[in-house]
Design a protein. Sequence first.
Length: 171
Amino acid sequence: MTDRGTFVDFDGRPGVRFERTYPHPPERVWAAITEPGELVHWFPSAVSLEPRVGGAVTFTADPNVDDGSGSVLAFDPPHLLAYTWGGDELHFRLEPTGAGGCTLTLVNVLETRDAAARNAAGWTVCLAELGKQVSGAVADGPHSAAAEPWEPLYDEYVAAGMPAGAPIPGR
C-alpha cells in the first residue's frame, strides 16, 4: 500500500493523518470536499454543510452508520475546512504546490484511539475515490463494488501496529 495514513497526536488527541498531492488547483479540490454533488462520489455518507464557522453539517445515507450531524469548526475557502462528525473531527487543509496543483492534508481526530486502524482503512478507500473524482474519472463512492476493498486495508493497518479494536459495522 502506498501513501499510508499515519497515527498522530493532534493537540493531545489521537488521530489519523493523510496527505495527497493532486495536479489540480486548490479550488478544484475545495469543490470536491465541500459541494454535496461532489462529496457523494467519494465521502462515506451524503453531506451538506452550512459554509461558515458554527454552521450545521448533516450526514445521511451511510450504510454503515446512523445519520448524524456536526458543526463547522473552521471555514477558510479554499484552504481550510474542519467540522465535527459524532465524537470525531475532520480537518482538511489545502496548500498550493509550485506546479499549479495542491496538497490535501486530512486529519481525522478520533473520539477513541482504538478506531485508528478502522478509520484509516476507510479513509484510504475514500481518498482513492476522491482522487478519481477530482481527475474526472468515474468515482462511484467508497461503498461501491468498484472501490478498493476495505478489509485488506484494515488488516494491513492492524499488522503495521496501528491501534485497533473499535467496533466494525457489519462485522
